[in-house]
Design a protein around this ligand. Structure first.
Ligand code: SIN
Length: 555
């Protein structure tokens, strides 16, 4: 028996919960989430939300900063929308109960500063902004009767019209999303969920890399699931590395927010020398791609395992009050950041490419929307401006609501799923795995090869190596997938493998260096040939990507 919902939301961060809360006034909602409801990248966001709030700031300045950081690849139409509509969405969050820090006891917000911003415009709740937003949205979701939450459920694959009718091409005009198969990984049961509109809001894919600031859930699930169904995926070569994660074997790349540098923190080599002035006029507050590359370069030159982030000249009480979580976490690992510099390294942080959407979050597959880190709206271009991501999720999910509700109300859509006999999940002849080592080995190999060959600095030779290896791994994973019963680990493995392949392919075809993509063999930007997006779409439902790579201009 399948479950029926009017709206299905996959993912429970800011993008998913914002959409769920707004559409539940029109129909039933099912939230599918891989872990506990609160376990999303949103929860871990430290810096905050970029939004024009101060009198000396303007939408034009926020647009300009975003576009400059995006190195010529931002889509200006959506940048203007996101910057312009941001403050209204932030106010809605505040009305729901989110508390952002204010100055003293006053009404003015205590706005933070991060790299690439010409003004102070980062709303924050100490250094736990993401948690404040997630907490607020979860409380509001729990107060609704019309939302059912499916925790520990993982999307396996979308059910689309093209999957049911042979003459329909995946991702074509006639295709549409009808539902999905999900694995309840506590009971190992596969369920079929039918819906009239689906929002993909599964977040990012930092786990593709060996070192990442992302939570364990960030395995590129939405990218891989949508891609296999024929959705267009763009600009995957632009993966942002955060310059400052705590270097400690047990810290799991704990993030030390850029706002620490925004308040005056200084990067130093282990011998105490500063170095960022040699790379950019903005020094330690240069855009993230520049800072991450500079650290990478300095570490390779000196052979050191880390550089230092020095905040000892800031007043101790200010560090403890403004960054209580970072301060406490560093202390737990043996570093008192008010008294000594802390060791830091870059780590994979944010996927700027993703599932292509229009300015209302609609993908090329009818009834499938996307919002948040999983999507490609054109806001980030070749490099994301700090703290623009929570903003994107809020704005796009709000805009998607109107279109989604219109589709839902359209009478012809009412029987979309009923008109198709959606088959129940068929496990075939798969048996329990007796070789789980294949999963752990391949998982480890992918993350290591992505870090070594497709990391902060790339070369054509390294990319070719990565391409050959990922192809072999995908073949092995496909065989394993069909022979053994699915588990959360096998689903995540095939998703990171496909996401890795898309990142490699994007990096291979972009023959220039721009923003987050730096190739030693093509070290300069090439505006004549490459001021455009890389877009991939598979033409068959396949585990091994059979791509139809396309380049689209956005001007
Ligand atoms: C940070 O606090 O440094 C991260 C903020 C972001 O990635 O936008």
């Amino acid at each position: 028996m399948s479950i029926e919902k009017d709206f299905i939301v996959i993912g429970s961060g800011v993008a998913g919960l914002t959409f769920a809360l707004k559409v539940c006034k029109f129909g039933s909602v099912g939230i599918i989430t891989k872990d506990a409801l609160e376990e999303s990248a949103t929860k871990y966001a430290q810096g905050g939300i970029a939004s024009v709030m101060a009198e000396d700031d303007s939408f034009d300045l926020h647009v300009k900063d975003t576009m400059e950081t995006g190195r010529g690849l931002c889509h200006e139409d959506f940048v203007r929308i996101a910057c312009g509509e941001g403050p209204a969405r932030v106010r809605e969050l505040i009305e729901l109960g989110a508390n952002f820090d204010r100055r003293g006891r006053g009404t003015e917000f205590d706005l933070g500063k991060e790299a690439g911003h010409s003004k102070r415009r980062i709303l924050h709740a100490n250094d736990l902004t993401g948690w404040e937003i997630e907490r607020t949205l979860i409380e509001a979701v729990h107060a609704q009767d019309n939302i059912e939450i499916f925790e520990h459920h993982m999307a396996i694959d979308l059910i689309t019209r093209a999957r049911l009718e042979e003459n329909i091409q995946p991702g074509s005009d006639k295709d549409e999303a009808l539902g999905l198969y999900v694995l309840d990984h506590q009971t190992q049961k596969v369920e079929t969920i039918e819906g009239r509109v689906i929002l993909m809001a599964t977040g990012g894919a930092g786990k593709v890399y060996l070192y990442t600031s992302n939570p364990d859930t960030a395995t590129g699930d939405g990218i891989a699931v949508a891609y296999r169904a024929g959705a267009k995926i763009a600009n995957m070569e632009f993966f942002q590395f955060h310059p400052t994660c705590l270097f400690h074997p047990k810290a799991k790349s704990f993030l030390i927010s850029e706002t620490v540098r925004g308040e005056g923190g200084i990067l130093r080599l282990q011998n105490g020398e500063t170095f960022m002035e040699n790379y950019h006029s903005l020094g330690c507050l240069a855009p993230r791609d520049v800072v991450a590359r500079a650290i990478d370069y300095e570490m390779k030159k000196s052979g050191d395992d880390y550089v230092l982030l020095d905040a000892t000249h800031l007043e101790g009480y200010r560090i403890r009050e403004r960054f209580p979580n970072i301060y406490k976490t560093c202390l737990k690992f043996g570093f008192d950041m008010s008294k000594e510099p802390v060791p830091v390294v870059p780590a994979a942080h944010y996927m700027c490419g993703g599932l292509v959407v229009d300015v209302n979050g609609q993908t090329n597959i009818k009834r499938l929307f996307a919002s948040g880190e999983v999507c490609f709206s054109g806001l980030h271009g070749a490099n994301r401006l700090a703290s623009n991501s929570l903003l994107e999720g809020l704005v796009l999910s709000h805009r998607a609501v109107e279109k989604a509700v219109a589709l839902f109300k359209d009478s012809s859509s009412k029987r979309v799923s009923q008109a198709h006999r959606i088959p129940e999940w068929d496990p075939g002849s798969a048996v329990d795995s007796d070789e789980s080592v294949v999963v752990s080995h391949n998982w480890d190999e992918i993350r290591r090869l992505m870090w070594n060959y497709v990391g902060i600095v790339r070369s054509t030779k390294r990319l070719k190596r990565a391409e050959r290896r990922i192809q072999l791994l995908l073949e092995e994973i496909q065989e394993y997938y069909w022979n053994f019963k699915i588990t959360k680990n096998t689903l995540e493995l095939r998703n990171i493998a496909i996401t890795a392949q898309l990142i490699i392919q994007g990096a291979m075809i972009r023959k220039e260096s721009r923003g987050l993509h730096f190739n030693l063999d093509h070290p300069e930007p090439d505006d004549t040939n490459w001021k455009q997006d890389t877009v991939f779409q598979t033409t068959v439902h396949s585990l091994i990507t059979q791509t139809n790579p396309r380049i689209v201009t956005h001007e």
